[in-house]
Ligand binder design. Structure first.
Ligand code: SF4
Length: 580
């Protein structure tokens, strides 16, 4: 993983390919690398869909190795949704395959001179890019089927659907999973629109005849991996809860805690939670049997296996097991309590290439605007289909909750820096409110998952209903997360890493044994701080100030039942998050 592949889409005579050493970027992976390249090479005030923006795709430092959980991939650019720097993270097969092919990053640059659509193929022999307009306006499922017929069943595919081609700000980038289905997405921030603006429909990666990346110290690496896996198996969240019920194990937990944003963030409890919970979902999948009843990794090497497969009433594959945030976005947030309808929306989002969180938040805003009734699943599905059809209404909805709120005159729009809040109400989970407000990414739970400590009692315990201690909690989690996102490790390892010092040490040992380093825990924190500082510098140059690190006004004024409280962390305290 010592080279960077650059594809210049603006070059005279068609796209040009160049490869070079990582150079000054050596030692960085995943989010650290994407944010470093965007920070140094993209003008912060450029238009996100213009030729000066770059799309950077980078596996983590441990991707392509035998380290468990190391198959996450980062996508970076200036975001068309938020106008900030963006790192969007995904599972799927691509990270491992790309790392084995030797690439620390793929960078798409420039902008094509016409509307020709391209596909890129990378294998042991090199890189090819060719025009393929037969892929135009295909969904991700049809796209991957065509690529599979051409390149075989074992390749990893990175693709965009119709939403990316239309350059909509809610567009995602799909990464094929172990069954070569386009079910894993870098969803947040409209990264799919940036890929669309580069005229690239798909990147196909084939690592045939390539080997696992070898560690500098194989024995130490093996021992560290063994201790790391044992730690993950031992922890109740990573060893039991997530494998048994997937991320949707959180539906009942959050609704009971009064932190489940219901009907566009107007209540913290959803009366239909039991009908769409992880427990109900698991029972339904077991009843329908087949592949759906087995726990599942989203990439090879995952030992937590929080994923699954969702079959319809007739036993046909419909979608991956919808994640908690998706079940919330299209479920409780829209007043919908029907798992089949939610899975159908998950499938349509994945096919068009849309962020499920942004779309669920958008449909709820559209419901407030009177475009559909809360609870009407059929109407919600129809609205999403407008996006894939590219109708004027669909293009508005596909541009996200903030745009939809503006177009239809809705005041209560739950966004920060233009990005929709995920599945935790910041009034009842005040720590996550600090993260939503201050992360350089716009509202994003994965940037500093304070829910772990506020609700799940992981890494200590801080009262979720009170402002005390939330700034420090969010700060520490944002630092740790930025570092983990650079390793290629799935963020869910954080539950065990935060609670069990020996599992944290095993993670540091994995890095040291692989690269022959002597890193300490403090070095890992320093890396996290460096990444955040770099990202905030980009945002400052793009025009963002402390005033943008705020929740919408109504979270301070409107009390959320059942606890009837508002978000109480003061602005001056929010401004202290990055003072370390
Ligand atoms: S724990 Fe879940 S999200 Fe993380 S790598 Fe495994 S299947 Fe993917």
């Amino acid at each position: 993983m010592d080279k960077i592949l650059r594809i210049n889409m603006s070059a005279d005579g068609g796209p040009s390919i160049s490869e070079g050493p990582v150079g000054d970027y050596a030692g960085f992976g995943g989010r650290a690398l994407t944010s470093m390249i965007v920070g140094q090479e993209v003008p912060p005030t450029c238009h996100p869909l213009g030729e000066d923006n770059k799309l950077v795709i980078a596996p983590g430092l441990l991707s392509g190795t035998t380290a468990a959980m190391s198959g996450r991939i980062s996508v970076g650019c200036k975001s068309p949704l938020t106008g900030t720097i963006k790192e969007s993270n995904s599972g799927g097969q691509a990270a491992q395959v790309m790392a084995r092919l030797g690439y620390a990053a793929i960078v798409l640059e420039g902008r094509p001179k016409d509307d020709t659509l391209y596909k890129v193929f990378i294998n042991k022999d090199g890189v090819k890019i060719e025009a393929d307009n037969s892929l135009k306006m295909l969904g991700n499922y049809d796209t991957v089927e065509k690529l599979s017929a051409e390149f075989g069943k074992k390749v990893a595919c990175i693709s965009i659907g119709q939403a990316g081609e239309m350059k909509l700000s809610g567009a995602s980038i799909a990464f094929s999973d172990m069954e070569q289905r386009p079910t894993r997405h870098a969803g947040r921030g409209g990264v799919g629109a940036v890929m669309g603006s580069k005229g690239v429909k798909a990147i196909v990666l084939d690592d045939a005849e390539k080997k696992m990346r070898p560690p500098k110290d194989p024995d130490k690496f093996k021992a560290a991996n063994k201790a790391f896996v044992a730690g993950l198996k031992k922890h109740p969240v990573t060893g039991e809860g997530l494998p048994a019920y997937g991320t949707n194990v959180l539906t009942n937990v959050l609704s009971e805690a009064g932190g489940y944003p219901t009907r566009n963030f107007s209540s913290g409890t959803f009366e239909g939670a039991g009908k769409i919970s992880g427990e109900t979902q698991a029972a339904l999948e077991n009843e329908r049997g087949g592949e759906g009843s087995a726990t599942h990794g989203c990439h090879r090497g995952c030992v937590i296996r929080c994923s699954g497969t969702f079959y319809d009433k007739n036993g046909r594959f419909l979608s991956k097991q919808p994640e908690y945030e998706t079940v919330w976005a299209h479920g409780g947030n829209c007043g919908i309590d029907d798992l089949d309808a939610i899975a159908q929306m998950d499938r349509v989002d994945d096919d068009y290439g849309l962020d499920t969180i942004e779309m669920g938040a958008t449909i709820a805003v559209a419901m407030v605007a009177g475009l559909a009734e809360f609870g009407d699943a059929e109407a919600a599905i129809k609205l999403i289909k407008e996006v894939g059809q590219g109708t004027p209404l669909g293009r508005i909805l596909g541009s996200g909750a903030a745009v939809t709120g503006r177009v239809f005159g809705v005041e209560r729009v739950p966004v920060v820096k233009g990005q929709a809040m995920p599945a935790y109400d910041p009034r009842t989970v005040q720590g996550i409110g600090v993260t939503y407000a201050t992360t350089p990414m716009g509202a994003d739970h994965t940037s500093g998952y304070a829910v772990a400590t506020n609700i799940l009692g992981v890494g200590g315990s801080i009262d979720p209903l009170k402002p005390e201690g939330q700034v420090e909690l969010s700060r520490n989690l944002q630092i740790a997360t930025a570092a983990i996102d650079s390793t290629g490790m799935c963020l869910f390892i954080a539950f065990a890493v935060l609670d069990q010092p020996e599992t944290f040490n095993a993670l540091v040992d994995l890095l040291n044994a692989f690269y022959g380093l002597e890193l300490t825990g403090d070095d890992v924190s320093a890396l996290g701080q460096k990444i955040l500082t770099n990202e905030r510098e980009f945002n400052a140059k793009a025009g963002f100030t402390a005033e943008h690190d705020r929740l919408p006004d109504y979270f301070h004024k409107e009390k959320l039942p059942p606890h009837n409280i508002t978000f109480a962390v003061k602005d001056e305290e929010l401004d202290e998050v990055f003072n370390w």
